[in-house]
Design a protein around this ligand. Sequence first.
Ligand SMILES: *Cc1c(COP(=O)(O)O)cnc(C)c1O
Length: 418
Amino acid sequence: MNNKELFEKSLKYVPGGVHSPVRSFKGLHTTPRFIQSANGAYITDEEGKNYIDFCMSFGPMVLGHRNPTVEAQVREALTRGWTYGACEKYSLELAQFIVDKIDHIDQIRFVNSGTEAVMTAVRLARGVTGKNKIIKFNGCYHGHIDSMLIKAGSGLAGTPEASSQGVTKETAKDTIVCDLNDLDQVKSVLESDKDVAAIFLEPLPANSGILIQTKEYLQGLRDLCDEHNVLLVFDEVISGFRVSFGGMAEDLKISPDIVTYGKVIGGGFPVGAIAAKEKIMSHLAPLGGVYQAGTLSANPVAMIAGLSTLKQCDDNFYLQLYKQAKEITATLNEWMQANGFSDYKIVQYKSLFWPVPTDKDLKRVEDIPSNLLDRFYTLFETLLNKGIYLSPNGYEIGFASIAHNEEVVKDLKERLWN
Ligand SMILES: *Cc1c(COP(=O)(O)O)cnc(C)c1O
């Protein structure tokens, strides 16, 4: 069956044909590709067409697909068993490997996704502080937990509203939604509301395009948290182990109280994590009163995939990754400027990049040009036809991996200019 037939069949058995909405190519004029295999920087669909992949499973595949070392170690692990619901040493090894390299954490607990990590972080922040509310920001994504599917209300008072059906008004009222890059707004919330447990943000907002914040702003949030006895939570599900080993906290030298990880941490297997200093982590069960658990959490196959991935991520690795990513974006940009996309620029932070039709500096959701999606489908489909696969939505960003090397850049040039 070709991609179209497979998708039509999927529509019968799966809501919208997909297991995560962004895969549905909504708003695009072409059909989702069914991927049958992948290798390095490439994915191949069920029709045998291959693409240079810049989606990379939305971030985890920092080494490229089927990194040989990761594959060998995962295969070897499978011969021993893949989940016990009991202690095993690879989760210990991964925990130690991470904690020893990151100053602002003493302990880590593994879960199965970024969503689960943030869910635990919300509960933990409330448990530690004894307070109920959280602050989040317009334009940051934290997975699909009820308390994060909240937007600022449209009414005068700005009462928070659910951004998804099925989230109760009671839940919505405990989440305060602020705008990025506006310290005064957060300051006035904290001065008037003494029930805020934590501020949650992506220190590199990368789920509504890339909205790079200033160091002064993030340091300002850190200072406000200290002043008001509020926890600062960095959601580093995208940025952790990708921009540098210690994520944006390391790049900016700002220490959050709690960090959440996901994506790269499992090397492409389902892993998320929550980490903090011991005095915070000790509130989690079985030591403390904040309950958290997981049948498949820290299963050895996923732990080995994560360990084997992160062991390849040393300082040189990050330098090389950034160097390669710059060549990729320079190549893409040169082609775009000369081929009908000269209204675009590419926002880049290390191996993350986002093509956007503007020449302005973007710090908030409102700064994003309103023609983004209209322009995007032309860009996406033009590139797709050339065998280049971007993340299939204008707000989603591109990811380079260490497999996007010189040879791939050469191939990219050929595909683009042909
Ligand atoms: C992807 C993402 C999540 C959700 O992680 P899942 O593994 O998809 O549940 C949470 N926060 C951020 C910043 C993310 O990028």
